[in-house]
Design a protein around this ligand. Structure first.
Ligand code: ADP
Ligand code: MG
Length: 725
């Protein structure tokens, strides 16, 4: 056992599996080659069908259902020309992963003994019927009511999944039950998009906009991830089962040198990143930025922003592609929010804005934001929404993984606040008192070296500690977890902002004649009511927690509190009002939240128990025995007292015995938790009793790691996983 681990360390470096090289394939040539996008649509569809489909995709026009057959024909021809043999409806159930069930195109021809033909029609494109009984539904559907339907989402482009032995046409869909209720994250996102569109268009009309047909939200999710050597991963049952290390002493070198962030990218990693980017380009996913992140072995990928509904699907594909490509480099990609204790965790910065189909970013302040009444209106609407529904935003990012991260000093606090920056803060201050008269300007930076050019200075600095920060012409919602599907947090964001826009538009529509006066009054009132959510200082500071409490801002410290806050009737009403989630659909999400929490905690607690009892304890006892034997042998041979060795033996024996006690306690508490009378009580017992008990086990094991000889320790250590590629 011992030698396996050490041998791996020696082998590292030169043993990657081979992969195609990217050189000689310019991005602009391969980009979108696996996507049934504009180019393929033009080539494979008739002019008329092409135009109708584009109107739905680009301008959000209602889908003309009569074109489905022809689109299906075109899509099939295109897919067959690219060697596809199967198709699948791809969807985003509430499991945390995407889902797919493949069907081949084959249909027996003639009498059945004449071979096969490849068939695909409008019906198969538009509707699928996977058995829904094994997906979480949160009580919407009993297991015997198995019917679920997938419905083609033409706004999210179909693509090809290319594997070693074949190609699968993959069609993004929404997933609903027989009772027309959403069983997925996509349906509510699409509905929220529609709700926001209606309200934003009302406002734009009031501002005299005659050209835009549609408003949609935009999403650019920056994705953080870890890469570790696959052979280490395979020896960590905790990583395999839970995505995070349940044990591991702090390495003597962690991230304290602050030398990983933006550091030169190691050869093995850049090979991976280039391969990943190439895969993403072919899938029409605009991967833009890549760099080393703060923690050792941690990295980030940021794509160019897209419409939220497409961007959210694409992020799911990015996560899958990251994991898939890693394996062929002998690496494993870890997306968990906190794979390593004491080392920064991973998040997903959810950059969000609103835009029109004719290209206007509604959160673009321009050079003189104080004069830009339309911008100020959309800005103020967002501020009001975030203040009023801070709890919902927090709920949207809650979950067992993010509990390790939110509120720790590396991620935004669990208190939702907004960073505006100097320039906008100044305008908001002016707005509160009357009509804003001026905008602070950036000026130029003088660097004191004559050969360096003067740099134009931004009007505002950045703030890394804010959960919801205005960053130039968009908001960056930083509390989303790295494993999360973006769909749910963006559904919440779109819905709460739809309501603020609605409130403002309703008042303005009544204004008649005195538009500017009424608007100024509304914005003033909104700012006065909601300015408490704005905070430009250090979100990590203790003082902020005190100050936030004084301001009455909610602080839902963990998933348990967030889950309870979900019970508030006003939240359920909001989703019903904008037809994003029916009360039953809303309740089902609450139910799934509890279920998921309890399941994850059970897995982690039982894994802790098993690994500590069956892998660590035997090794500790084995070491104890060797020391004892050595002491006895030495004493027999030399007759000396060996004070030091006896102390080591005592310590290891002591820790071993503490471990046995702690494991027995943990075992009892897991049973206790699971015998509580309701899911929320089970969850609370896990949080209050089981988790602390697992941490006690961990402390003992991590201490033992510092005593037992390195060669026999069964788990790859932090210093190995984080530093050796
Ligand atoms: P940072 O310096 O914040 O890490 P990055 O360049 O890594 O910046 O990421 C910024 C992200 O914000 C990108 O994904 C980018 O596409 C996205 N973004 C830019 N403008 C918008 C917008 N209007 N709406 C949504 N996302 C946007
Ligand atoms: Mg970034």
């Amino acid at each position: 056992m011992s030698s396996t681990r050490n041998k791996i360390a020696l082998e590292l470096g030169g043993t990657q599996t081979s992969f195609e090289t990217f050189k000689g394939q310019p991005a602009e040539e391969i980009y979108g080659s696996l996507v049934f996008g504009e180019k393929a649509q033009k080539e494979y569809l008739s002019k008329d069908v092409y135009k109708k489909l584009r109107a739905t995709i680009v301008s959000g026009d209602a889908l003309d259902a009569s074109i489905a057959n022809q689109v299906a024909q075109g899509m099939k021809e295109w897919a067959l020309d690219h060697d596809a043999s199967h198709y699948t409806h791809w969807f985003v159930p509430m499991t945390g992963l995407s889902a797919e069930k493949h069907d081949s195109f084959i249909v027996p021809s003639g009498a059945g003994d004449e071979g096969v033909i490849m068939e695909f029609n409008g019906k198969a494109l538009v509707k699928g019927e996977p058995d829904a009984s094994s997906f979480p539904s949160g009580g919407i559907r009993a297991t015997f009511e198995a019917r679920g339907y997938t419905a083609w989402d033409p706004s999210s482009p179909a693509f090809l999944q290319e594997n070693r032995n074949g190609v699968t046409l993959t069609i993004p869909t929404a997933f609903v039950s027989y009772t027309e209720e959403a069983l997925d994250h996509k349906t509510p996102l699409l509905r929220s998009q529609q709700a926001l569109n209606i309200q934003a268009m009302r406002l734009l009309k009031l501002f005299g906009n005659k050209t835009s047909k549609h408003v949609f939200t935009t999403l650019g999710p920056e994705q953080e991830y870890f890469l570790i050597d696959r052979r280490y991963f395979e020896q960590r049952p905790d990583l395999i089962a839970t995505g995070r290390t349940l044990f591991g002493a702090a390495p003597y070198r962690g991230q304290e040198l602050e030398d990983h962030y933006f550091a030169p990218i190691k050869e093995r990693i850049i090979d991976y990143m280039q391969d990943l980017d190439r895969e993403l380009y072919r899938l029409g996913i605009p991967a833009k930025t890549r760099h080393n992140e703060v923690a050792p072995a941690q990295f980030e990928l940021a794509p160019m922003f897209e419409r939220s509904t497409v961007g959210a699907d694409h992020n799911a594909v990015v996560m899958e592609t990251m994991k898939r490509v890693a394996l062929r480099h002998g690496l494993v990609c870890l997306l968990h929010e906190k794979p390593f204790a004491g080392i920064n965790g991973s998040g997903k910065h959810n950059n969000w804005s609103m835009a029109t189909d004719d290209g206007e970013n509604l959160l673009e302040p321009g050079n003189t934001p104080h004069e830009n009444a339309q911008f100020l209106t959309f800005l103020v609407a967002t501020i009001s929404a975030v203040d009023q529904y801070a709890e919902l935003l927090r709920i949207g990012v809650s979950g067992p993984g993010n509990d390790h991260r939110l509120g720790a000093n590396e991620a935004p606090p669990a208190i939702i606040s907004i960073f505006l920056g100097e320039q906008l803060q100044d305008i908001v201050n002016q707005l509160e008192k009357g009509t804003p008269k001026h905008s602070k300007k950036g000026g130029t930076m003088q660097l004191g070296v004559s050969i360096l050019p003067p740099l134009p200075m931004d009007a505002t600095d950045r703030n890394r500690t804010s959960p919801f920060a205005f960053t130039g012409n968009k908001f960056e919602f930083r509390a989303v977890g790295s494993t999360a599907m973006c769909h749910w947090p963006n559904t919440i964001l779109n819905t709460i902002v739809a309501e603020s826009l609605d409130t403002i538009a309703t008042q303005l529509e009544k204004a008649k004649g005195n538009f500017n006066g009424v608007l100024a009054g509304i914005l003033q009132k909104e700012i006065k009511a909601h300015k408490r959510v704005i905070f430009n200082g250090n979100g990590y500071a203790k003082e902020w927690h005190i100050e936030a409490a004084k301001r009455g801002l909610p602080n839902l410290v963990s998933t348990i509190e967030a889950q309870h806050a979900m019970e508030k009737p006003e939240y359920k009403k909001l989703f019903a009002k904008y037809k994003v989630l029916s009360p039953r659909e809303y309740d089902s999400r609450e139910e799934i939240g509890w279920e998921r929490y309890v399941k994850v905690q059970n897995i982690e607690a039982n894994a802790t128990l098993d690994i500590a009892r069956c892998q660590i304890l035997p090794v500790a006892i084995g070491y104890q025995e060797r020391v004892a034997t050595a002491i006895a042998a030495t004493k027999a041979a030399a007759g000396s007292a060996q004070r030091g060795q006896i102390a080591v033996l005592d310590r290891v024996a002591q820790l071993g015995s503490e471990l046995v006690d702690a494991l027995n306690e943990l075992e009892g508490l897991i049973s206790k938790a699971n015998s509580q009378s309701s899911l929320s009580k089970v969850a609370t017992c896990f949080k209050e009793e089981v988790i602390p008990s697992t941490l006690k086990v961990r402390r003992i094991v991590d201490t033992l790691e510092g005593y037992v000889d390195d060669a026999s320790w069964p788990l790859p250590k932090y210093r190995e996983m984080l530093f050796q590629y």
